[in-house]
Write a protein that binds this ligand. Sequence first.
Ligand SMILES: O=C(O)CNC(=O)[C@H](CS)NC(=O)CCC(=O)C(=O)O
Length: 292
Amino acid sequence: MVLAVSVPSAFETQGVKVAIGQICSTSSMTHNLSQCRNIISKAVTAGAKAVFFPEASDYIGSSPSESLSLCKPAKSSPFLLGLQASARKHSLPISVGVHEPSDDPASKRIKNTLLWISAKGEITQRYQKLHLFDLEIPGGPSLRESNTTEPGNEILPPFESVIGKIGAMICFDLRFPEISLSLKRQGTDVLLYPSAFTVPTGQAHWLSLLRARAIECESFVIAAAQVGAHNEKRTSYGHSIVISPWGEVLGELDGEKKDEPEVLLVDIDLEKAVEMRKRLPLLRRTDVYPEV
Ligand SMILES: O=C(O)CNC(=O)[C@H](CS)NC(=O)CCC(=O)C(=O)O
């Protein structure tokens, strides 16, 4: 698809290089870890200072029961332990979406989380997906995330990184601007939307929603996405993308699953966001409507 952006480019390619990994997770954690390692080595070779992986990078099960049975606590997840070792080895922070068990041992549901692994290999931030995705398309995908997943109950305050303050969200959260606006009010520079979008909703809404969030929050958007057929029943839209605070697409991948997992390299120049917020101040009328 050709994207027409009829604005002068306010954003030069300077700043900190980051890598966005596009993978196709299956129910094999070993296979998924090796896809991530492949991307990490490409990122390291290119000189990237952080790597971003999609939602549910650890696995995508072929049924709700498989999804529940594959779930492991971070401490004993071979997938996460492997990624932490890579982060440590390369001194490279990693953002990754995974599944984690509920805090309630009696619960039949799991958590959908985004973890920030520091350059020392430690999990230093954790966001639990607030909005759960239930979808019914006649003749198309039918998904009930709320059956297997328990929703989080809080917005994670933005945290410092090599590319500025990061605001974490996951996939379907993209449809709720309240959460990104709250993160913006708290000083976020970069909005993360690690995702596994369906093909029909991706075709209809992905790019428009992501550009809207970048523009209205005057923030960078980094959306690492799952791509291709995970199993017989489930296919993801792909189109991993990075968008500037001006709404420009700084880089994007397509929706085709390749033989090798793909990496998108983009320079994030935080100064440009700071400059834009000065030139185009978005002062809210919280005397008229509530602050979020
Ligand atoms: O199932 C897992 O293991 C991981 N979770 C997901 O893939 C989730 C729930 S099914 N997918 C989405 O939220 C897609 C949202 C979407 O496509 C939209 O908002 O249009």
